[in-house]
Ligand binder design. Structure first.
Ligand code: HEC
Length: 114
């Protein structure tokens, strides 16, 4: 997929990462990220059947403060340590789409992700 669309990218340690809390993403990126989230993240995150101590809630104000304020850090966390049972398997495009989906508020902390 030809990801970066409207995303303004800037280099951090030589890697392109999505810019910023005023995250600009295309609706396709958000939709793609939501789909990926359901496939690759929802089994652990944001599902009522799982302990949220184990896999933190990726929504709400604490998440926004800790992560959405630093999207480059969020990108790296997702790209290199998630999914926890298979880290490093996401492409840059996939990790960017996931950041876009999380930032868009399309992924509720309360509803099951699938
Ligand atoms: C096998 C279960 C599992 C899967 C699948 C998984 N995660 Fe996680 N995730 C965890 C656990 C456990 C933690 C807490 C420990 C840590 O930070 O590594 C975590 C932490 C995180 C954090 C940091 C949250 C915080 O508040 O500290 C983010 C962001 C995240 N995951 C994103 C994702 C994304 C995006 C996906 C899908 C690509 C994903 N995870 C898939 C288990 C999982």
């Amino acid at each position: 997929m030809t990801a970066c669309g409207l995303l303004v990218a800037f280099p951090v340690q030589g890697r392109a990462v999505p810019q910023a809390a005023g995250i600009t993403a295309t609706s396709q990126q958000v939709a793609y990220g939501v789909t990926l989230y359901k496939q690759r993240c929802g089994a652990c995150h944001n599902t009522p059947s799982r302990s949220l101590d184990e896999a933190p809630l990726l929504a709400g104000s604490a998440f926004a403060q800790k992560w959405l304020s630093r999207p480059a850090v969020l990108f790296q966390k997702i790209r290199y340590s998630m999914p926890q049972d298979n880290p490093g398997t996401l492409s840059d495009e996939e990790a960017i789409a996931l950041v876009a989906a999380l930032a868009s508020g399309s992924i509720s902390g309360k509803a099951p992700a699938k």
